[in-house]
Write a protein that binds this ligand. Structure first.
Ligand SMILES: [Zn+2]
Ligand SMILES: [Zn+2]
Ligand SMILES: [Zn+2]
Ligand SMILES: [Zn+2]
Length: 361
């Protein structure tokens, strides 16, 4: 898919900013559908009364813009990745995922429900995503409106109602409260009048936490070095092929050899029958042993981005002990980096992934 390759390589800071916001508030739905939406969906001008008392021109403009930027299928305004059909209808990631899934299940070409044009090659609309990111949103804490781009800064650094810790938290104060009350507390914080001995005693208890974190990192590093030095780690490039069974979509790879056994990867789409477009699309996968092991095998595995694949996967390690009575790992999250990766996976018949396996003691 050359269009998405170019798009990925040309990602501006703004689009990365959108991704970050998506991570935090993916699928935050702004408003429910109102009667003026119906006119937008049918292509007519929204009927906002221009001279309504107390409504400023900029509010009217903002409302019109919200209506234009709604998904033309679910009619919600979504801070997620957005797509276009060939005609130009705006479709949110969640509605597109449902359309692609249904088409795969019926073995048909996915079509835009409004104009019936083919949508099998998703085209992203970054301009609409950026426009939505500029629309004002309410602060989670004080409920005041801010341009979406500055909301994060306001919530983290300025909002007087947002929760903060005492500035002496590093020497042990556990006070936590609203920003507007922090300076009063800090002026009288009991840690200001503590003796160095008392502070040292508190610090000792805090350092236990740091030590255990350090030990954990050390342990992971040792186990990584051990795996890399032995012949107990291998990488396999596989293709996830989609198939349909009992009106559900599944994915599977071909068999592969590792540690003298035969294995396979299976994947599935979560919440397939959930028709609520506010729910985020996600995948999970499992490692399956196809041969019966002579002894138990403790295997650590991680799914990674395949060679020449656009689909990015975040690194998440899983572990399973395979025995003659436990030949399948549980289904673990396939952590795709954003909804556009889910859409790309759904839109393709075969997706390349790489699996790294290590045999542990
Ligand atoms: Zn939608
Ligand atoms: Zn269309
Ligand atoms: Zn606020
Ligand atoms: Zn304090």
């Amino acid at each position: 898919m050359s269009s998405s390759n170019t798009e990925n390589s040309e990602r501006s800071e703004d689009s990365l900013n959108i991704d970050r916001q998506q991570g935090e508030q993916q699928e935050r739905v702004e408003e429910s559908a109102t009667s003026s939406l119906q006119s937008v969906a049918t292509g007519m001008q929204p009927s906002v009364p221009a001279c309504a008392a107390g409504v400023t021109a900029s509010e009217i403009f903002e409302n019109n813009l919200r209506d234009i930027l709604r998904c033309k299928i679910c009619l919600a305004l979504r801070r997620t990745t957005l797509y276009l059909c060939q005609t130009g209808h705006l479709i949110c990631a969640s509605c597109l995922a449902h359309l692609l899934t249904d088409a795969q299940l019926c073995e048909e070409t996915p079509k835009c429900p409004i104009c019936q044009k083919d949508i099998s090659i998703p085209v992203r609309n970054i301009a609409a995503e950026l426009a939505i990111s500029e629309l004002p949103s309410n602060c989670r804490f004080c409920n005041e409106k801010f341009p979406h781009g500055s909301l994060d800064h306001h919530e983290r650094h300025e909002c007087q109602d947002s929760p903060v810790a005492c500035k002496y938290s590093r020497i042990g104060c556990k006070w936590f409260g609203e920003r507007k009350e922090a300076s009063d507390h800090e002026r009288n914080c009991e840690f200001l009048s503590k003796t160095p001995e008392e502070i040292a005693a508190t610090l000792e208890t805090i350092e236990v936490d740091y030590d255990s974190k350090h030990d954990e990192i050390e342990r992971i590093f040792q186990s990584l070095m051990y795996s890399l030095n032995s012949e107990r780690t291998l990488c396999v490039d596989l293709q996830l092929m989609c198939y349909c069974n009992n009106h559900q979509l599944f994915y599977t790879t071909t068999d592969f050899h590792a540690f003298n056994e035969l294995w396979i990867i299976r994947a599935r789409l979560n919440n397939q029958n959930d028709t609520d477009p506010a729910n985020v699309i996600s995948f999970s996968y499992q490692l399956v042993l196809k041969t019966e092991p002579r002894s138990s095998l403790m295997v650590q595995f991680v799914a990674l981005k395949g060679s020449r694949s656009d689909i990015k996967i975040s690194m998440q390690l899983y572990k399973h002990v395979f025995t003659p009575t436990s030949l399948e790992s549980h289904y673990c999250a396939l952590p795709l980096t954003d909804c556009n990766d889910c859409i790309q996976l759904l839109a393709k018949k075969g997706t390349k992934i790489r699996i790294m396996l290590s045999l542990l003691d």
